[in-house]
Design a protein around this ligand. Structure first.
Ligand SMILES: *Cc1c(COP(=O)(O)O)cnc(C)c1O
Length: 399
């Protein structure tokens, strides 16, 4: 046995770095290695490179370059946005609103702030993972200082009505942060039209390098620093800049946003064929997330009577890289907090599989998964006492 080739269907966990991006980064390791805070020639090259990346990033978001701050990734950006706004606005209030389906970089930050005396409301979502704007509005109080709602979910792909949620935040004069780590290159962003005050992104989710991200902070937002030290990033984020990483982020975001409709359509077509094929050939399956309001590459499905972990091992044996729920929960037997928030029963959530498509995929990959996945599900079900007892062989899908 053993796989002949690798089929990568885990683009929500991370992506490969595009060759054009790597080529852009290389000179900044050896030739232009200067510290941008210094004044000689090679340092100026580094400084210029950061300025260029800042312009590229701002352009992709409809922001001003002065509103972009480079960080070490999505987790740092989320931590900075939430802790920074919470601590800077403590006198105005101690209430934060977020949702039950956020990434752990947001959820664990909010839980930390609860220990520091803040109150956090975790909004529920419907069966598709959508936040109801009316429920958000009702949750706002005199003491609310920040609303943090992800743009699209990393596990089930559901896209939230961000402009509408942002408008509610603005109406009540509450800062609005969104974790947009999953959406760069899939949905066009305009921070002003969408009423966004703070936005997190991470290069390794859109074919850039790991360990580099950015936080958009709208001019005038009151926020404290997270990393203290030198005066880098206009005195707001200390630490010698990760020049090569920042250059890579700039190039990657420029490329990812050059033709969002065309790129999304191509990925969506492959993904839709995969969804149809799986739901039509395998019984007792359920599509998780919203049928239309979902990221173009995301497919999240639950198979009854199966353990997701064993499915991953069998898929790995065929060279297919997939995930249960999210990378953070892979390897643990905790049911996904996102699937549970959509009301999926614990037993069914255990049998969930996430396949996320992207630029590493071709139609042939879809053919191969459609060929092997039904066989794996059948084999695992044949080994499952629950399945045999249920007498459900040959039934129809749970929608
Ligand atoms: C990947 C991810 C993060 C974390 O980003 P890192 O750059 O890996 O720290 C945060 N939020 C979401 C929605 C993500 O998908």
């Amino acid at each position: 046995m053993g796989a002949q080739r690798t089929i990568y269907m885990d683009h929500s966990a991370t992506t490969f770095v595009k060759p054009e991006v790597v080529n852009e980064m290389i000179p900044y390791f050896m030739e232009h290695f200067g510290n941008p805070s210094s004044i000689y020639g090679i340092a100026r090259e580094s400084k210029k490179a950061i300025d260029t990346a800042r312009v590229q990033t701002a352009k992709a978001l409809g922001a001003d370059p002065d509103e972009i701050y480079f960080t070490s990734g999505g987790s740092e950006s989320d931590n900075w946005a939430i802790k920074g706004v919470a601590f800077a606005n403590r006198k105005r209030g101690n209430h934060i609103i977020t949702t039950r389906i956020e990434h752990h970089a947001v959820l664990h930050t909010c839980q930390y702030l609860e220990k520091e005396g803040f109150e956090v409301t975790y909004l529920p979502v419907d069966q598709y993972g959508l936040v109801d704007p009316a429920v958000l509005e009702k949750a706002i109080t005199e003491r609310t200082i920040l609303i943090s709602i992800m743009y699209a979910n990393n596990e089930i792909g559901t896209i939230e009505p961000i402009a509408e949620l942002g408008a509610i935040a603005r109406k009540h004069k509450v800062y609005f942060h969104t974790d947009a780590v999953q959406v760069i290159g899939s949905i066009p962003i305009d921070v002003n039209a969408q009423n966004i005050d703070l936005l997190s992104l991470s290069a390794h989710k859109f074919y850039g390098p790991k360990g580099t991200g950015a936080l958009y902070i709208k001019k005038g937002v009151r926020i404290e620093n997270l990393i203290h030290g030198g005066g880098q990033e206009r005195r707001r984020r200390a630490g010698t800049e990760n020049i090569a990483g920042i250059v890579g982020l700039g190039k990657a975001i420029e490329q990812a946003t050059v033709d969002i409709p065309g790129h999304s359509a191509k990925i969506r077509a492959m993904r839709d064929r995969l969804i149809r094929g799986v739901l039509e050939t395998i019984s007792h399956t359920r599509l998780n997330g919203h049928p239309e309001k979902r990221l173009p590459g995301n497919f999240n499905v639950s198979f009854e009577f199966i353990e997701g972990e064993s499915m991953l091992l069998w898929l790995d044996d065929e060279g297919i890289c997939a995930s249960t729920g999210s990378a953070c929960t892979s390897g643990s037997l905790e049911p996904s907090h996102v699937l549970l928030a959509t009301g999926l029963p614990v037993e069914i959530s255990h049998g969930s599989l996430r396949l996320t498509l992207g630029d590493a995929n071709t139609e042939k990959d879809v053919d191969f998964v459609l060929e092997v996945l039904p066989k794996i599900v059948t084999k695992l079900r044949e080994m499952s006492p629950l399945y045999l007892k249920s007498g459900k062989e040959g039934g129809c899908n749970v929608q």
